[in-house]
Design a protein around this ligand. Structure first.
Ligand SMILES: C[S@@+](CC[C@H](N)C(=O)[O-])C[C@H]1O[C@@H](n2cnc3c(N)ncnc32)[C@H](O)[C@@H]1O
Ligand SMILES: *[C@@H]1O[C@H](CO)[C@@H](O)[C@H](O)[C@H]1NC(C)=O
Ligand SMILES: *[C@@H]1O[C@H](CO)[C@@H](O)[C@H](O)[C@H]1NC(C)=O
Ligand SMILES: *[C@@H]1O[C@H](CO)[C@@H](O)[C@H](O)[C@H]1NC(C)=O
Length: 579
């Protein structure tokens, strides 16, 4: 016998043994399964899910209000100087949530807008600290099962109406003029300031950290107001430069003059040329107020002087100082500021680093030079139309050829039309965009903001999210249109609470992220932030949609493929959450 024959015989023999072994183990496994499954149904479901692709389970109840990037357990790993702990610190990939957030006991569908502005169900956001601690300031009250927001605040215990009226008197324009549309409220409390400005068709992005003002941002979102977790600490805010028409702080406790004026310089970066900076609370008008504040007048005087000095360095002009409010205006261009910088020691202009970066970018103590202009009367980067004309007129960043990132006016106009068409299709699909059922809307990949622009006719507001590394960064354009939004990396969780959005629009998100991170994590995050009766519209390429559909079944969502209604190579997956 040749050695070759021997080996082949040996191989045949081992193969035979293997087959017998395999059959035997399979038999054993199935009998075991049978025994387990017939004993208890619990074991049956869990072993079944091991065999098929497993469904996600619900997390334990202590995750009900979990914000992964603002988790106290992770925060403890960092030092707390300058509120560093309150910045985004997201879990590592292996720490990502692998379960679904449970809803609180007794949860009820939130009130529809506009009733939600002043009313929320206590069981949805069952937090009591502000009820007691801010009682005298009228932030929020409990009436039976309802939380009621009377519009109070630290700077406006008698109600925000009087405060805004006082502010309107000292501003050189009225809120009715349409000249102010986008506002940033830093240290917003329960966002009563932004709530009141809604009456003027002003959109306020309210930000605050999760701190001793328990659940303030969660309350704001429950009220149907644009808000997100945010803090001035070491990184830039997640917005492009030249964005907001106004920035506001009422006793927001940010040390504006500390660290070489780092925080006020950040405000300067994000304000558009000619924008207004409104500050109330210490040290404003300290001579009158120091006793009420119980703060040493010397300390306040020094703070006020430093503030004035800093504002001068930034070339801001003081427009008004009322009893409790001071207003500065950012210059519309830097012509005279540049001249001044030659004589003054300080106005340090930043040299490099893109002013529009706003994603984990460190703040720097310098002034971002505004785009050059030829004439002292010209607005840097181009003047904006009034609201609502600015919504659909060509934004300066699109008009301006120098800023042309491969998009043209033509593509912009086409984009606007496309989204008008798509949104009217969504309206028939969802049936109730006008009903007030949907209030907080998120566009996960906002592009030029065309979706949000087409949504303005409904009683909704849209958080326009632009992935920080999107092919063309148009968040600046979105702000120029009078819409609001933020940068984001969808490989990480969003800075919001669970159950805060009624409608999530995910256009091209999964084809964009499929090779960057696990898209299951993205869907679990969407599940976290969607309200129990919310809806999701996923629009993507057909092959991606099919992959997403599989995961959607696992997170217990019912997804239906709907006709795209247009001659589009994309498919739409519609999810109605029915928890
Ligand atoms: C006294 S409350 C005032 C709230 C509201 N502006 C009002 O007038 O009712 C202070 C607010 O500032 C926020 N805050 C404190 N430090 C902050 C920081 N570094 N960045 C952003 N917000 C901050 C707090 O979370 C809180 O919302
Ligand atoms: C919830 O409780 C479990 C068990 O005690 C713990 O392991 C987990 O970290 C907690 N989660 C949160 C978000 O606190
Ligand atoms: C920018 O560069 C100039 C000249 O090199 C320098 O004097 C200035 O200090 C720099 N500014 C900053 C903020 O680094
Ligand atoms: C929808 O998209 C698919 C490709 O995913 C395409 O084949 C189909 O023609 C589109 N439907 C309509 C009505 O345009």
């Amino acid at each position: 016998m040749s050695p070759q024959y021997l080996t082949s015989k040996l191989i045949r023999k081992t193969r035979f043994v293997n087959i017998i072994l395999f059959l035997f183990t399979t038999f054993l496994l199935f009998s075991l399964l049978y025994i387990i499954s017939s004993s208890t149904s619990f074991f049956f479901t869990s072993s079944l899910s091991l065999l098929t692709t497993s469904n996600f389970d619900f997390c334990t109840t202590n995750y009900t209000n979990y914000c992964p990037c603002h988790d106290p357990k992770i925060q403890k790993r960092f030092k707390n100087t300058n509120h560093f702990r309150k910045e985004r610190h997201c879990p590592n990939t292996n720490e990502r949530l692998k379960c679904l957030i449970p809803i609180p006991k007794g949860y009820k569908t939130p009130f529809h807008w506009p009733k939600s502005k002043d009313n929320a169900w206590f069981r949805n956001v069952p937090f009591t600290k502000l009820l007691q601690y801010k009682k005298s300031q009228n932030w929020v009250r409990l009436e039976g099962q309802k939380l009621v927001f009377p519009g109070g605040g630290t700077s406006f215990p008698d109600g925000v109406k009087g405060y805004v009226d006082a502010l309107n008197k000292v501003l050189p324009l009225t809120f009715k003029s349409g000249l102010i549309r986008t506002v940033l409220d830093v240290g917003c409390g329960v966002a009563s300031f932004g709530a009141y400005l809604m009456d003027y068709e002003i959109l306020t992005m309210s930000i605050a950290p999760s701190d001793e003002h328990e659940a303030q941002v969660q309350f704001a979102l429950e009220r149907g107001l644009p808000a997100m977790l945010g803090v001035l600490s070491t990184h830039r805010l997640p917005f492009p430069s030249k964005s907001f028409d106004m920035a506001h702080c009422s006793r927001c406790l940010v040390p504006w003059t500390a660290n070489d004026g780092l925080y006020l310089r950040e405000i300067d970066r994000i304000m558009r040329p000619g924008g207004y900076w409104v500050l109330s609370g210490p040290p404003i008008n300290w001579r009158v107020n120091y006793e009420a504040w119980k703060i040493d007048p010397k300390v306040l005087e020094k703070e006020q002087n430093m503030l004035e000095e800093l504002a001068m360095q930034l070339c801001w002009e003081k427009v008004a100082e009322g009893e409790q409010i001071a207003v500065w205006k950012k210059p519309t261009n830097h012509i005279s500021c540049t001249q001044k910088s030659k004589t003054l020691r300080s106005p340090k202009f930043c040299n490099s680093s893109d002013p529009d970066n706003g994603w984990y970018t460190k703040m720097s103590a310098c002034i971002f030079p505004l785009p050059e202009v030829k004439d002292i009367n010209e607005v840097s980067g181009g003047a904006l139309e009034k609201w609502p004309i600015r919504l659909n007129s060509p934004p300066p960043r699109v008009r301006n050829e120098n800023n042309n990132d491969g998009f043209t006016l033509k593509t912009y106009i086409e984009d606007t039309r496309t989204w008008e068409r798509r949104v009217s299709y969504y309206d028939t699909m969802l049936k109730s965009l006008s009903s007030g059922k949907y209030r907080n809307v998120m566009d996960m990949n906002a592009g030029f903001g065309g979706f949000a622009a087409a949504m303005v006719k409904y009683p909704v507001w849209v958080m326009n999210v632009v992935p920080f590394d999107a092919k063309s960064n148009n968040l600046g354009v979105i702000f120029e249109r009078g819409l609001i939004g933020t940068y984001m990396d969808w490989c990480e969780p969003f800075s919001t609470y669970p159950r805060t959005y009624d409608l999530i629009h995910a256009h091209g998100i999964f084809s964009m992220y499929i090779n960057k991170c696990d898209i299951t994590d993205i869907l679990v995050e969407m599940h976290r932030i969607l309200r129990p009766k919310g809806s999701v519209i996923i629009r993507d390429n057909g092959d991606i949609i099919l992959k997403v559909k599989e995961i959607i079944d696992k997170i217990r969502w019912k997804g239906t493929l709907v006709g795209n209604g247009t001659f589009d190579p994309q498919m739409i997956l519609l999810v109605h959450n029915k928890e």
